[in-house]
Every structure is written in structure tokens, then in C-alpha cells.
Design a binder for this molecule. Structure first.
Ligand code: ADP
Length: 479
């Protein structure tokens, strides 16, 4: 990995403006298993120190005007974009996604800092009529306080900026615990935050044992809010750990996105959307199409067009020319994909493409297409998080909606139709937080991202995102 600015490869953590900790935990490249660098193994004591630092930095940061905070965030945004190439190189090295996707993620990540640098200036309260003449009601919005962010490895940059942008814009201070697989992107982002002039203690980052750090962040009475992106299983644990101190929570958890192709869809557009939604990041996103439901009349045509499109996918090291599909993050990810495929085949699914590990070895997996998948199979119930497209057949719109909603998750859904009335009908009937209509790409900084049911709580990005970091205070003014 060649960086234009090698100082972005940080191997220490930032607590109270001091880079600290001895490099101990290995970070490896999923494409070849090679060590990239080591990062500190910090624990309870350092996490407590980071919380104290964030608490000490809070009064001064919160007291700045939104415009002042906006200027600093804007500088951070500019530095992220100026260093886009280096950040992308670091990300591809530790996460595996193709460089083009990594560059795209840095731009996406930076867009949250840009957006919230603008929103920082637009935190409004209300004046309301009081029920008694002569009195007034006024509301103020104030920063919640010290916040914690625990983030996953699939979007090592964007999952951090989606939390840091609104938190810092609102006047909160924070402690970040990045995923142990991808701490280097996170450390580089924080190094740029420091260069942008974000004061000591306002943004802190700790790497180390997730459980130990997470326990301190969740149980500390100083931390007023936790924002977590990751699995539903861990989200549930963290929610319970936050209960005694009644923390505010934003949880962006697992999904099981249906991708519905109606018989009046533009099939070529639907294939293109399915490719984007299913195979981005080798299928390792929480909004990936997990179940592709196709209406009976167009099932065969769609399956054959999708198989043709999949034949163009190129598996390889993310830095390779033309590579579209990198390695999976680790061997557990490969095992889960294999388990879903073998369970489906044992229960009657048919293999239309792929189906096994890739000849490159390691954690590379061949993009796979399964036909005749049914709701009885594991792949219909659990998030696969890999490059496997399962096709389900349905007869009627009602059946499609019933199948789509038959899950405890409710993050993203997608459907393709040319019928406007159906678009509204289906969009309103789907139990989820986000709906892609004739598109497989729903993520941007302007739309509210988040789920319902067991996919989580709260929204990130958009005009709603900053509210998650604000409390409403009501002033009752008499006389
Ligand atoms: P994934 O399957 O995407 O790795 P996880 O939910 O396991 O999702 O992890 C998401 C984030 O939560 C990572 O930063 C991970 O280190 C962290 N994490 C995992 N287990 C715990 C825990 N018990 N307490 C706190 N954080 C945790």
C-alpha cells in the first residue's frame, strides 16, 4: 500500500488530543492475510479516560455557535476529500472492497460531514401558544452530551461519519470504537478531524477488545447516548447494557431486504438494480437484497438476465484492475455463506451459478445464483452477508407483500414496477424503514437511513439525523 501521506496510517489511538497506546493487535488484509499494521489493545481504563476527556471537552464545544462548529466540520469534509485516495487505499487494504467502491465510500462518508456542517447552523426550536393568556412556551434544542459510537467493518468510514457528523454538529463530544477488522480507516479519519481543528477531547477513538470497551461505554453514566451499527444480536446486548443508565439509543442493525420484481417491471433495469444492491461490497451490506422475489411470468427471463450480468463480475484483490468483488471479511463469513447455500440446496433449491469458494482461495467466494428458493430455507430468514442471490417465485402482489414482510427485520426493501398506483400501494404496505422503487441504491446523506422492527431505532443522515443528538428543553414563560 503506497500512501501519498504515510502519516495517515495511524497505529495509536486518540484520547484527549494525545495519540497513545502501543501497537499490539494485528490488522490484516482479507485479500491475502498479510499484516498491514498493529493497533492498540486498549481496555476499561483507557475507555474511562476517553469518556472523562469527552466530558471535560463538552462545555466548550457545546458553547460554540452552530456556525463555529460548522466551520470546523467543513474543514474536516475538505480534508477527507483531499485525502480520498489514501483513505480508499487504507480501506481496501483492511476491508477488501474494490478500490472504486472504497473511493465511493470516502465520498459518501465525507458527504455526511459536509451535510451536518450545514445542518449545524439550522437547529431550531419553537415558540408555541400557551393555554393561558399572557404566558408563552418556548423550546430549545440542546446537545445530548457525551456520545459513544460503535461501528462495523463493512463501511469503515461512512458508519463513523454518519454518527460523528451529527454528534459534533449538535455540540456533543464523542468516543468511537471502530470494528477490530477495520480500525485503520477510522484512525485516519480521526487524524484528519484533528488536523481540521476539532479540539482535544471532542473526538476520541479507542481500539481493543470490543466487549471490554463496549461494557464501559454502555454502563458509564456520563455517556448519554450510544449509536451502534452492527448485528441485531449485539445491538440487543448493548441495548440491555444501556438500560440501567437510560441512555438514548440509535441502533442500525441487521436487515433481510426483499427485492421484488413485478411482471410489469423494466427487467433490464431490475437486473441492474439487483446487481448493485446484491453485489456491492461482495454482498456485505445491511441493505443488500437478501431475497429476490420474482413474479412467475417473468421469473425465467429475469433469472437468465441476472445470470448473464453476474458472469461479468470479476472476483479478486480489491486493488486489481476491473475487480468488482473482493474477498469476504473472514472465514466465518465464508462459512455462513456456505451454510446458507448447502441448507438451500438440501431443501430443494437449484444452483444456477457459482456455489463454492473461488479458485483464488482465502475468503474469495464465487458469486452465486440460486433458484427455487422457499421461505423454509435459512437464506430466507437470516442475513447472508455474501455474494449469493436467491430467487423466490410469487404469483400475486398480495403474496409478494406477505413474503416481503415475513421477517423480524425491517430495514430496506426494493421493488420494480412501471405502475404508479402499485408503487404507492406496495411502498405503503412494506414493513421497513426505506424503500427503493425502481432503484437498487438508496444510500445518500440527504435521505433518512434506518430501520423498523428488529432492524433498529432512529435515523441517520438527512434533516432528521441531527435530532438524534439533541434534547428538547421546554421553557414555560409566565408574566
Ligand atoms: P458484525 O457482524 O458486522 O461484525 P457485530 O455486531 O459483531 O457485527 O459488530 C459490530 C461492532 O460491535 C464492532 O465494532 C464490534 O467490535 C462491536 N462489538 C461486538 N461485540 C460487542 C460487545 N459485546 N460489546 C460492544 N461492542 C461489540
Amino acid at each position: 500500500m503506497k500512501l501519498q501521506d504515510p502519516s495517515l496510517l495511524k497505529t495509536q489511538c486518540l484520547i484527549n488530543g494525545v495519540w497513545c497506546g502501543a501497537p499490539q493487535l494485528m490488522v490484516s488484509n482479507p485479500a491475502n492475510g498479510n499484516e498491514i499494521a498493529k493497533v492498540p489493545r486498549l481496555g476499561a481504563a483507557e475507555t474511562s479516560a476517553a469518556i472523562e476527556a469527552a466530558n471535560a471537552a463538552l462545555p466548550a464545544w457545546r458553547a460554540k455557535s452552530g456556525k463555529e462548529r460548522s466551520h470546523v466540520l467543513r474543514r474536516w469534509f475538505e480534508l477527507l476529500m483531499q485525502n480520498q485516495e489514501d483513505l480508499a487505499q487504507i480501506m481496501t487494504a483492511e476491508q477488501g472492497k474494490p478500490l472504486a467502491e472504497a473511493r465511493g465510500e470516502i465520498a459518501y462518508a465525507a458527504s455526511f460531514i459536509e451535510w451536518f456542517s450545514e445542518e449545524a447552523k439550522r437547529v431550531y426550536g419553537d415558540v408555541m401558544p400557551h393555554p393561558q393568556a399572557g404566558s408563552r412556551i418556548m423550546t430549545l434544542k440542546q446537545a445530548i452530551g457525551v456520545c459513544a459510537a460503535i461501528t462495523p467493518w463493512n463501511f469503515p468510514a461512512a458508519m463513523i461519519t454518519r454518527k460523528a457528523g451529527p454528534a459534533l454538529a449538535a455540540g456533543c463530544t464523542m468516543i468511537i470504537k471502530p470494528a477490530s477488522q477495520t480500525p485503520l480507516t477510522a484512525l485516519a479519519l480521526v487524524a484528519l478531524a484533528e488536523r481540521a481543528g476539532i479540539p482535544a477531547g471532542v473526538i476520541n477513538i479507542v481500539t481493543g477488545t470490543a466487549k471490554e470497551i463496549g461494557t464501559v461505554l454502555c454502563t458509564s453514566p456520563i455517556v448519554r447516548k450510544l449509536s451502534f451499527t452492527g448485528s441485531t444480536e449485539i445491538g440487543r446486548e448493548l441495548m440491555a447494557a444501556c438500560a440501567p443508565s437510560i441512555k438514548k439509543l440509535s441502533l442500525e442493525l441487521g436487515g433481510n431486504a426483499p427485492f421484488i420484481v413485478f411482471d410489469d417491471a423494466d427487467l433490464d433495469a431490475a437486473v441492474q438494480g439487483a446487481m448493485l444492491s446484491k453485489f456491492r461490497n461482495a454482498g456485505q451490506t445491511c441493505v443488500c437484497a437478501n431475497r429476490i422475489l420474482v413474479q412467475a411470468d417473468v421469473y425465467d427471463a429475469f433469472a437468465s438476465k441476472l445470470a448473464t450480468a453476474m458472469a461479468n463480475l470479476k472476483v479478486g484483490d480489491g486493488t486489481g484492475e476491473g475487480v468488482t468483488t473482493g474477498p469476504l471479511i473472514d472465514v466465518n463469513a465464508v462459512s455462513k455463506v456456505e451454510e446458507h447455500i448447502s441448507d438451500a440446496l438440501a431443501k430443494g433449491a437449484v444452483l444456477l451459478a457459482g456455489g463454492s469458494r473461488h479458485q483464488l482461495g482465502g475468503t474469495f467466494f464465487t458469486p452465486t445464483l440460486l433458484g427455487k428458493v422457499t421461505p423454509a430455507m435459512k437464506i430466507a430468514r437470516e442475513e447472508t452477508f455474501g455474494p449469493v442471490a436467491p430467487l423466490f417465485k410469487f404469483a400475486t402482489e398480495d403474496e409478494a407483500i406477505q413474503m416481503a414482510n415475513d421477517t423480524e427485520f425491517g430495514l430496506a426493501s426494493y421493488f420494480y414496477t412501471q405502475n404508479l398506483a402499485r408503487s404507492f400501494r406496495v411502498a405503503e404496505a412494506l414493513e421497513c424503514g426505506m424503500v427503493g422503487i425502481n432503484t437498487g441504491m438508496i444510500s445518500n446523506e440527504v435521505g433518512p437511513f434506518g430501520g423498523i422492527k428488529q432492524s433498529g431505532l432512529g435515523r441517520e443522515g438527512s434533516k432528521y439525523g441531527i435530532e438524534e443528538y439533541l434534547e428538547v428543553k421546554y421553557l414555560c414563560i409566565a408574566g
